[in-house]
Design a protein around this ligand. Structure first.
Ligand SMILES: Nc1nc2c(ncn2[C@@H]2O[C@H](COP(=O)(O)OP(=O)(O)O)[C@@H](O)[C@H]2O)c(=O)[nH]1
Ligand SMILES: [Mg+2]
Length: 252
């Protein structure tokens, strides 16, 4: 299986310098693509220097465009066009442990999409205060209710995708820019099989979160569009959910 690990970045120079070698350590057969939005801290130059030493590494530096969602779409389109079979995604800030990537990849043998899930079989989040945790759990419950998605952790960006599943849909129809992109992509993928793999999430130690009022407003409003699309579909299409072996099934 030809695998691309996709990392989107904004101002992650220090993190990305450490993360790319870690990704390649855990998934040496993978290529790594970083999609950066011309970060003022020079993230793209850091990746370019890594790319000169290792042909598995590449960077797309977008000018005049910002957004988690559109950067993800750019990377996914690249993966499809370049003939990759699988795409793994993780945040640059070490919230997602690259040591878990092989689990997400091997679960793709039996699923179209795999999700590194913070909330399957318990709650595994480090260094979040209760308010932040409740916000995340609330956001998940909210989006599940409106969209009909059946995954426990719909807003996790730690994922694996079969490229064939991504290629079947119009990625350009997804206009969300913040993390609301993540449930919207699952909704758009339709009846794909999904495995949730339990992972532990750790809040970033270096750099700053890009969570903004705009991103939060989008995350509140956007699921209503999914609710409307759900009615429009006539018959609700929700991805069948399977829990990875070893994980206790909990519905929240
Ligand atoms: N290319 C790009 N990446 C972004 C943008 N906003 C966030 N990211 C990246 O998306 C990932 C998750 O963002 P982060 O700020 O950690 O979000 P949080 O974990 O929800 O606080 C990180 O790798 C960020 O650098 C953006 O506008 N463009
Ligand atoms: Mg983060």
């Amino acid at each position: 299986m030809k695998v691309l690990t996709l990392i989107v970045t904004y101002n992650e120079a220090e993190n990305i310098a450490a993360l790319v070698p870690e990704v390649l350590r855990y998934v040496p057969t993978s290529s790594v693509l970083v999609v950066d939005d011309a970060s003022p801290d020079g993230t793209a130059s850091v990746v370019s220097a890594l790319a000169q030493q290792d042909s598995r590494v590449s960077v797309i530096c977008r000018q005049g465009e910002r957004g988690y969602g559109s950067a993800m779409i750019a990377g996914m389109r690249h993966a499809i066009a370049a003939g990759f079979d699988a795409v793994l995604t993780l945040d640059a800030d070490f919230s997602h442990n690259p040591a878990d990537l092989p689990k997400l990849l091997s679960a793709l043998d039996a699923a179209d999409v795999t999700i590194g899930s913070r909330y399957t079989g318990g709650v595994r989040v480090l260094n979040w205060d209760v308010k932040r945790l409740l916000l995340s759990l609330g956001a998940n419950a909210y989006v599940r209710y409106l969209s009909g998605l059946q995954c426990v952790d719909c807003t996790s960006g730690f994922r694996g995708y079969r490229a064939s599943a991504l290629a079947r849909v119009d990625l350009g129809s997804i206009r969300t820019s913040g993390y609301a992109f993540l449930p919207e992509l699952l909704f758009t993928l339709g009846a794909v099989s999904i495995d949730e793999v339990p992972i532990c999430y750790t809040e970033r130690r270096v750099g700053e979160s890009k969570m903004s009022k705009r991103v939060i407003a989008e995350a509140i409003l956007r699921p209503w569009i999914l609710a409307a699309r759900r009615i429009g579909r006539g018959k609700t299409v929700v991805p069948p959910r399977r829990v990875a072996p070893g994980a206790a099934a909990t519905d929240q």
